[in-house]
Design a protein. Structure first.
Length: 305
């Protein structure tokens, strides 16, 4: 880092999310704020855990825009854990933007979201965002701002148009102002975050245990060695994982006849990871015999236990 100390002190970084009913313009707004640097463009609500929608890199701030995924009925422990995280998303981010399109009347859907947001508003500031202002005249924008103001107590109100690039800087400034002072959370161009890496490891581990749980209940650990987008492609993520077993005999079980079992594990895990990341995935699983990893504190730490 070459920046002067006083610059570092001023730098802000944190998380924001946009909420609003379908079609409110959240994705378009995110993309417009982020510019060309889209991290993960789409993600399935059922599996998203703080999927990063995009990162706004500025000299003075880094704004990480995350998805607020929908809830789902948990079927597995992992599903339960995902849900717990989901329900907390709104209170975990530094600021929430409630998006309401300028060309549609505020309705029960918006009010429902506002009521839910009201529960966290004392902790997390909510900014009211009137979107798509290019579709209506000034008068209508003003009316919509007034109507929105009635819905809940907002920290700020702002009209924007992603299409016309109107007031995007103003919105970004308002969001940044709510971020704590701190260094960038992700390097420029970074596409993934640590918890996602962890989840990817868990998905591989679950897939690997399927059907052999009785034989190898606690003998499998997974480390994600590398996870990054394929060079020159924004729709494909390369993931390299090591699957650790304790003994050679366990390696044979995991591999199956001619490696058939591992191939199936790989394709099952890959399907789930693709849903998690919302992008295509190349998954490379390497089976390693890490002798007695369960009893070795140094290995345990490395394996994330
Ligand atoms: N004219 C105009 N259209 C916009 C603007 N922003 C979004 N739209 C359009 O509104 C529609 C919905 O936009 P999205 O960004 O997909 O909305 P969303 O809130 O992410 O929708 P969901 O993903 O369904 O929740 C799309 O057809 C966009 O092209 C804008 O600033 N101006």
């Amino acid at each position: 880092m070459t920046s002067a100390p006083e610059e570092t002190e001023q730098h802000r970084s944190g998380f924001a999310c946009f909420v609003g009913r379908p079609n409110a313009g959240k994705s378009t707004l995110t993309n417009a704020l982020v510019g060309s640097k889209i991290a993960i463009t789409s993600s399935k609500p059922q599996t998203t855990r703080h999927a990063i929608r995009g990162i706004v890199h500025r000299p003075d701030a880094q704004l990480v825009i995350v998805d607020t995924p929908g809830l789902h009925r948990p079927r597995t422990l992992l599903g339960q854990r995902l849900n717990d995280v989901v329900t907390n998303t709104w209170s975990e981010v530094d600021v929430v933007g409630l998006c309401v399109p300028a060309d549609e009347k505020i309705g029960p859907g918006d009010r429902f979201i506002a009521t839910e947001l009201g529960k966290i508003a004392s902790k997390t500031p909510v900014i009211g965002v009137v979107t798509k202002t290019d579709l209506v005249d000034q008068q209508r924008v003003a009316e919509q701002l007034l109507a929105l103001q009635e819905v809940m107590a907002f920290a700020d109100l702002v009209p924007v148009s992603a299409q016309a690039q109107y007031q995007l800087d103003v919105l970004a400034d308002l969001l940044v102002a709510r971020m704590p002072v701190g260094p960038p959370l992700y390097p420029d161009g970074e596409l993934t975050e640590e918890p996602e890496t962890k989840l990817v490891g868990e998905l591989v581990r679950e897939a690997a245990l399927e059907g052999v749980r009785d034989e190898l209940p606690h003998s499998i650990a997974v480390t994600v060695e590398e996870m990054h987008p394929r060079e020159g492609r924004d729709d494909l993520v390369d993931i390299y994982v090591n699957l650790h077993v304790e003994r050679q005999s366990q390696k044979a079980i995991v591999l199956g006849p001619k490696g058939a079992r591992l191939r199936e594990v790989g394709s099952n895990a890959r399907r789930q990871i693709q849903a998690l990341l919302g992008s295509k995935v190349y998954l490379d699983i390497h089976v390693k015999v890490s002798k007695e990893w369960q009893r070795d504190p140094k290995q345990l730490r490395r394996l994330g236990f």
